[in-house]
Design a protein around this ligand. Structure first.
Ligand code: B1M
Length: 212
């Protein structure tokens, strides 16, 4: 579909206004939010990601593209999140210390909100202390952590340890994810759940709340 190709291209070029216009147009024409996300926005980022890997583009281009992508997902979120629904539970979410990647984390947040959760977003580069403090004050059902770097995924384990040290490990279910994270890694650090993608993260969080 031409609109989805144009959307992918607009993300790659970091054209935020074009991204906004194309997403708005797509929604008005009845293109599903999922299609706009998977076949437009994320396709664009995936193509750019390969160029980044091959040193054909560099950090500034990727950063500008990420901002454009986030403008698009904000519009989609408005479509996905139902109005006036009572939250089914609360989630605290963040990207771990040392890690600035937030596109995947934002998608997980969006899916959680779409599934009816109230979400407290701590942002990126979140220290174990900050995660623990948020669990103590917000009292969420689920703590969700994202990590995109092999060098930062270990910080997820540090957060689990910090929760235990603070005596609040049993007060919350911990879900981890992000490109380098696996079920085996989640088991190794003592997380309660792992999800490979944003939609599955929402399913796992829901299963914890429904089982409680
Ligand atoms: Co970065 N980067 N980056 N980067 N970057 C990667 C991750 C990399 C794979 C690129 C590469 O070299 N091939 C590589 C990591 C290598 C590794 O560790 N294995 C890398 C690197 C090396 C770096 C720097 C070190 C580069 C440098 O400075 N030399 C640097 C680190 C900065 C830091 O964090 N301290 C860096 C910087 C950046 C930018 C700032 C430029 C930018 C981030 C902008 C932003 O996020 N606002 C950026 C980007 C955009 C990427 C790529 C291109 C795209 C990542 C992305 O957003 N994907 C990425 C290459 C790639 O993936 N092709 C790359 C789309 C997103 C939807 O996917 O986040 O995986 P993802 O989320 C998925 C799942 O993982 C899952 O759900 C989502 C899909 O539904 N998921 C969860 C995520 N979190 C979850 C949590 C859950 C459950 C599921 O439960 C709680």
């Amino acid at each position: 579909m031409a609109l989805l190709d144009d959307l992918s291209l607009a993300v790659q070029k970091g054209k935020a206004k074009d991204v906004e216009a194309l997403v708005t147009q797509g929604l008005a024409e009845g293109v599903s939010a999922q299609q706009l996300l998977d076949n437009g926005l994320l396709t664009g980022m995936s193509i750019l990601g390969n160029k980044f890997k091959n040193n054909e583009v560099f950090v500034p281009e990727v950063l500008i593209a990420a901002r454009a992508l986030n403008r698009g997902t904000a519009l989609i979120k408005a479509k996905l999140v139902e109005e006036g629904v009572e939250p089914i539970g609360k989630v605290v979410i963040g990207t771990v210390q040392g890690d600035l990647h937030d596109i995947g984390k934002n998608l997980v947040k969006m899916m959680l909100e779409g599934a009816g959760f109230a979400v407290v977003d701590l942002g990126v580069d979140v220290s174990p202390e900050k995660f623990v403090a948020a669990v103590q004050t917000e009292k969420p059902h689920v703590l969700a952590m994202s990590s995109l770097l092999t060098t930062t995924m270990g910080a997820q384990g540090k957060v689990v340890e910090a929760l235990s040290a603070a005596g609040v490990r049993d007060a919350v279910k911990v879900i981890v994810g992000g490109a380098p994270v696996t079920q085996a890694f989640a088991d190794q650090i003592g997380a309660d759940g792992y999800a490979a993608d944003a939609a599955s993260a929402a399913d796992v969080a829901k299963s914890f709340v429904l089982a409680a």
